[in-house]
Design a protein around this ligand. Sequence first.
Ligand SMILES: Cc1cc2nc3c(=O)[nH]c(=O)nc-3n(C[C@H](O)[C@H](O)[C@H](O)COP(=O)(O)OP(=O)(O)OC[C@H]3O[C@@H](n4cnc5c(N)ncnc54)[C@H](O)[C@@H]3O)c2cc1C
Length: 865
Amino acid sequence: MNKPTSIPGQFDAVVVGAGFSGLYMLYRLRQLGLSVKGFDSAGDVGGTWYWNRYPGARCDIATPDYTYSFDPELEKEWTWSEKYATQPEILDYLRFVADRYGLRPDIEFSTTVTSARWDEQEKRWTITTGRGEEIRCRYYIMATGCLSMPKSPDIEGVGRFGGQVYFTSRWPHEGVDFTGQRVAVIGTGSSGIQVIPLIARQASQLTVFQRTPNFSIPAHNGPAPADRLKQLDEDRDGYRHAARWSRIGVPNEPTDVLGVTASEAVRRERFEAAWRQGELVGIVSVFADQLLNPASNDIVAEMIREKVRSIVKDSETAEALCPKDHYFGTKRPCLDTGYFDTYNLPHVRLVDLRKQPIVSITEDGIETADESFGFDAIVYATGFDAMTGALVAADVTGRDGLSLKEKWAAGPSTYLGLMTAGFPNFFMLTGPGSPSVLSNMAVSIEQHVDWVAGCLKDMREEGFETIEPTELAESGWNQHVQDCAAITLMPTANSWYMGANVPGKPRVFLPYIGGVDGYRQACDDVVGQGYLGFRLTGPDGARCRDGVIRSMQPDVAMVLELIATLGLPPMETLSAADARALMAATAETRPPGPEVGEVTDGVIPVPAGELPYRLYRPAAPPEGPRPLVVYFHGGGWVLGNLDSDDPLCRDLCARSGSVVVSVNYRHAPEARFPAAALDAFAAVQWVDANAIELGGIPGQLAVAGWSAGANIAAVACQLARDAGGPHISGQVLICPVVDSDMTRLSYDENGDGYILTTPLMRWFWDHYADPADRGDPRAAPLRGDLRGLPATCIVAADFDPLRDEGVAYARALEGAGVPVRLARARGHTHTSVTMVGVVISGAPVRAEIGQALSDFFPAPNHKSS
Ligand SMILES: Cc1cc2nc3c(=O)[nH]c(=O)nc-3n(C[C@H](O)[C@H](O)[C@H](O)COP(=O)(O)OP(=O)(O)OC[C@H]3O[C@@H](n4cnc5c(N)ncnc54)[C@H](O)[C@@H]3O)c2cc1C
């Protein structure tokens, strides 16, 4: 690949699509000296902006941001006339770019790529076009757009209408004059919201058919925002850098204001500022938690609904225009110019399809369940088969005859949204699994193109001919994409982000919501780690460094980043008293955990004195006694008290429906080994003896604990077995300490950087037990006799130094005939599973713990309803 391929019909690269991404890709490939051929079904460059010519079509990211930034000279030569440019102006811009860099000669217009087939022998793609041409290339790049495949309307009788039919996504080039016409618009997404006010200006009668009302804020269009232009003037590079490392590709100071805790005045002020600003970046970040916390989201949503009600005079229409079936931001929010005002015009009517669904399109109009409407024209603004539509429409066949359509039958699978296993040298620009439609696409497109160009350059320099992701890397990325979505409200909506607008399309969250910044870092890290997760081959051999680039839960990573910014001293450098004070201080700022029925404090008389306890009784029926769970907090036998694990105890109580008795035991260094373990056993004995008084069911008793608390819970079970009672139905050990040698692999892998570190664990052991005592099963229960122990649930977290101890205990218990449930806390640290209300991704693990506790006891199941 040193010289560009110059055989007729053979190219180094084929790029499909001549929109924002295809044009820049062509430019970069040419810069690399490659021979390139571009195709587009369209008659000219522009992509989105070639096709979507409906009146009112504009960008909704402000023009200083929705623009190429790769060439400072280009930036100087183009001036946008408005904050949100119209389609003709954006199309002019893309034409200008194509001409400025002489890109047109490489592109064949009005030509659709119908298929692409990988030839494993030749290590080349064969591309076939609708004109019957065949082209061979080494690299096949689909710059085919996320919103380029119009979705056909799924309405009965679509072909029947005898009047004029228009699609916003395929608008006639000569324009349409609706003067004096009776017009129907079906669909109220971004395009519908843009086109409706303009059609209303011409039509004699406009009827809008709405299935789902959408959130929209006024664009306040006008000159480009002065503040952004000023920043660009003063420091263009700095501004562009900030955009590239921002959350959505637009420079913006992230907020830490939480909707749920902010005062009413602050909430109002922040919302009104965003409303006045008229930019998506502002309205999606009124509160830091608005896409995570339903209560916070409701605050923003209700303020928008209030605005709609204040604009639209007819209260029934206003109510129908107020979105109530999805959280704000879980469907793409819109920017509008006079959209809601349009419904105050006498000749404009809204038909709520939730109340009167369309039965059929007829020859002269539309029939709903209640009415027949006559129209001269119908405009469909029914959206796109987003993100995957254009990719699977061309028949792409990779190695071993596998087609992309087949591979993605259950949803798209990609590595970084750039490539997919089984399809060597096939790149997607802004593919599923990348930030794409959740970002300013100008920034995301440039990042993808730069990545691909960099990759091809690296391959050339290192003598590789093919690149392809591994299955492991790809499934790891898919998991990460879904993990990122799962902690947000996004999957709750029937949105096109979820594929829900296309009948039969698999429901998976398509884009990557971890941020433009986080995504860019992941892509850079992949390259920095020698193309981690990619297999590269060439005449001199292959190279593959397999692995998963992001396996930590996203909210766990955020917590670690936040803690790192606090600059706290390592705990093992503190005295026990200072470490306790630090832990107490951090506990003060966290959310309280779920409500339970009743919380009471008491003391347990034990041989050594009195142990404080806190009892949590579930709120939900049934009335009457419940199983009992004796819980021991974590803290390395040195730290912790009844408050430290309070949210977790509430959570366990609410989930399991059991009475949870959290016991504070004696701590080291004041009371060293075996004080804590003996206290634990004494507490279990006392709770068992007082089951009825505590509201428990006699004989239905389990123990649970986290970390060192799990250590003494495990020991208490061994002591109870040896003492012939009390009978314990089960034990839940969350990230337990079960051995003292600190030699397992998880210490090597996770002993640094995840809060519980190897030095801290050593500090705990040194405070608790003399080296001579550490082999005693009451310190290291893994070394004890495990036969006859109760059913066990062990939680082992991926990023915990204690992970392999937990796993070893599970295996050893199984070997001793004990029923064991090993819950892998995927992507979690030693502490994160316990962070109730902070680490949302811990909820499924805690649900499993709650289930395990319920399962310890006989039916009737005591889970709360
Ligand atoms: C109305 C509208 C407004 C938008 N506004 C914004 C905005 O303000 N900000 C923002 O960030 N994003 C916006 N977007 C998203 C927009 O799609 C991207 O910003 C950007 O234009 C995408 O560029 P692209 O080159 O990746 O894809 P596209 O512009 O979609 O171009 C893809 C091209 O590939 C061609 N193609 C597809 N398949 C084939 C094939 N098999 N053979 C040949 N050619 C093929 C298509 O004809 C098309 O021309 C908007 C989208 C729409 C529809």
